[in-house]
Every structure is written in C-alpha cells, then in structure tokens.
Design a protein around this ligand. Structure first.
Ligand code: COA
Length: 299
C-alpha cells in the first residue's frame, strides 16, 4: 500500500459541534490566554449570519475562521486561529485561501477584516489575495462631560433610510473614513445594521441638533464597567469636534464613566478627537483590509 494514503492531511470543512472542546482548549494558549473566542463561541455557533470553518488534522480541530454576512453586499472575516502547536505549517494559509474562495463563490460586494498592525502573517495573506489596506484604527477614550445637553433625539424606525443617506453623504467621512464600527465589525453605514442597532436595548441611533448630525452608539462590555462605543459620528466636517463633545455629555447623562471610539488613525482625525478631549488608549493599532468582489459588485 502506498504509505502517503495513510498520512494525515489538513482538511477544511464547516465546523461541527464535536470540534468545540479542541478549539476552546487551543484558544486558551492564544494571546497569553486573552483570546475572546471562548466568550463568543456559543453565539457564533448559533448565528445564521455567519459560517465557521475548521481546519482538521489527524482527526482533530487545529484551526478555525469565520465569515459573516453583515449586510447586503458586506462581508466580514474574523476568528482566524491556528492551534499554537501547529502554527507555522501553512495551515493558516489553507484556511485563508479556503475562506477567500468561499466568498468568491458565494459572496458579493466587499469583504473586510481587521488585523493587528503586528500580525505580519495575516497582512501577507491579505495582500497575496488582493486585499487593500484601506485604513488603520486605534482606540481613543474620553471622560464623560457633566454638562447640560439637549442635542440628541432618537432616530425613528421609519427614518432609518434617511439616516443612512445622511451618513453616506456626510462630509465628516473625509476625516473619519467610510466605515463605522459596530461590535468590532467594520461596515459602510446601511439600513440592516442601523435597524439592528436600534433594536438593541443598549444601542443608540440619534439625530444631533435637529438633523445636523448622526451619532450611533453600542455598549462595549469588554470594558469594566461597560461603556458606550461610538460606532458613527457623522456631520459637516467642521462640526465633528462639537458632535464628539456632545457624545461625551450624553455618556455622562447615561451614567457611564467613559466613552470610547475605535477611530481612524490619521493626523486630521487625531486633531479632531484631541480637540474634543479624547486621547489614545494605548499604542495598539489595527489594519483594515478590504477586497471588492471581482464579479459581483455591491448591490
Ligand atoms: C495568524 C495565524 C492564524 C496564522 O496561522 P499559521 O498556520 O501560523 O500561518 P502559516 O504558517 O499558514 O503562515 C501564513 C503565511 O504567513 C507567511 N509568513 C510567515 N512568517 C511571516 C513573516 N514574518 N512575515 C510575512 N509573512 C510571513 C507564511 O509564509 C505564509 O504565507 P505563504 O503561504 O504565502 O508562504 C496563527 O498564527 C494564529 O492563530 N495566531 C494567533 C491568533 C491571531 O493572531 N489570529 C489572527 C487574527 S486577525
């Protein structure tokens, strides 16, 4: 018998319930035990908007990756992991290739991902498969402002289409970038995600000063205690510092001890945030990559 028939090979396939113990076990050894996968695993497994794939080697789950259909024409890659005992053997390459090919066959519009500025392997893989590094992001934080505020009114469900139009046309995009950050996923403002945000008890979609601006917030519970995270602040460019200052006032009104934003790292955005009293939380930064579907552009 040819011995190569019995040698184990890496197989990429949809994740099965039986993979869970091995995955949760190897995630304990990723990022010094700080990996978030164990906290989101049950939610991810049950989420119909996403698909998880496993790299299986010799009958054992040794890697995972996930793709999420965040909105029409928008896709997101996340949860890319290889068991530390098997890293450096091109299993990550095979998972990434599989995922990109899956999206090319089934997806459309744009696929995006974030990866830490230090993760050279992921950057290499993205660049190899035609992704463009569109921007870099970092966390900023500010203390709430204990000052009176009457600037915000909730966006009503039937106003979502006009809120999306407003966000997509706002000149502040030239400073803050095209994408917003909802629960660590980058999306171009769209009806699906704004409706979702509106439906969450802790989500906020707010007009600012009549309809001069739009502020979207989600509650980031990675902070202890949890705090509001700015998903989107859209308005005339010159008004952006004032809108951000009012976001700090709203954080005070809602009883939080800080407000954060995962912001585009550019001198202009930094100057805007600094003028509104925000400061970089640390030196960490993430690269945002995106690829446009070659056949099926945005609907
Ligand atoms: C990132 C991760 C999934 C990659 O998996 P892996 O199996 O170790 O990676 P591979 O061995 O397949 O290498 C991937 C590619 O990076 C290349 N690479 C390796 N070292 C590199 C370096 N220093 N600079 C650039 N590219 C490098 C490899 O050559 C390979 O590319 P190729 O197939 O074109 O030759 C894995 O290391 C991991 O789980 N890390 C911890 C969690 C993490 O950071 N996940 C990413 C979140 S975005």
């Amino acid at each position: 018998m040819n011995p190569t028939f019995t040698q184990p090979h890496v197989v990429i396939r949809p994740t099965l319930p039986a993979d869970t113990p091995a995955i949760l076990e190897f995630c304990k050894r990723i990022w010094g035990g700080q990996d978030y996968i164990p906290f989101v695993w049950d939610e991810w497994r049950g989420d119909p908007k996403g698909i998880l794939f496993t790299a299986e080697y010799a009958g054992k789950a040794v890697g995972i990756v996930r793709i999420v259909h965040t909105a029409p024409g928008q896709w997101w890659f996340e949860g890319f992991r290889v068991d530390p005992a098997y890293q450096g053997q091109r299993i990550g390459t095979q998972l990434h290739e599989y995922l990109v090919d899956w999206w090319l066959a089934h997806g459309d519009g744009k696929v995006r991902l974030w990866t830490n500025a230090k993760r050279v392997k992921v950057q290499h893989l993205c660049e190899r498969r035609g992704f463009i590094h569109t921007q870099t992001r970092g966390m900023y934080t500010a203390a709430p402002l204990a000052e009176p505020l009457e600037a915000f009114t909730p966006v009503k469900a039937d106003e979502i289409p006009s809120a999306v139009d407003f966000a997509r046309q706002a000149s502040s995009q030239s400073i803050s970038g095209e994408t917003m950050d909802i629960t660590w996923q980058a999306v171009t403002p769209n009806e699906t995600n704004l409706r979702e945000l509106l439906s969450w008890e802790t989500g906020r979609v707010l007009w600012w000063r009549g309809r001069q601006g739009l502020l979207c917030l989600w509650k980031n519970d990675e902070y202890r205690p949890p705090c509001p995270a700015i998903a989107l602040a859209a308005c005339e460019s010159t008004n952006l510092p004032a809108l951000l200052l009012d976001a700090r006032r709203s954080a005070h009104q809602d009883g939080f001890d800080k407000i954060v934003i995962n912001a585009r790292l550019t001198p202009e955005m930094d100057a805007t945030l600094t003028s509104a009293g925000f400061a970089r939380e640390n030196d960490d930064s993430n690269f945002e990559y995106e690829r446009v579907h070659p056949m099926h552009h945005s609907p």
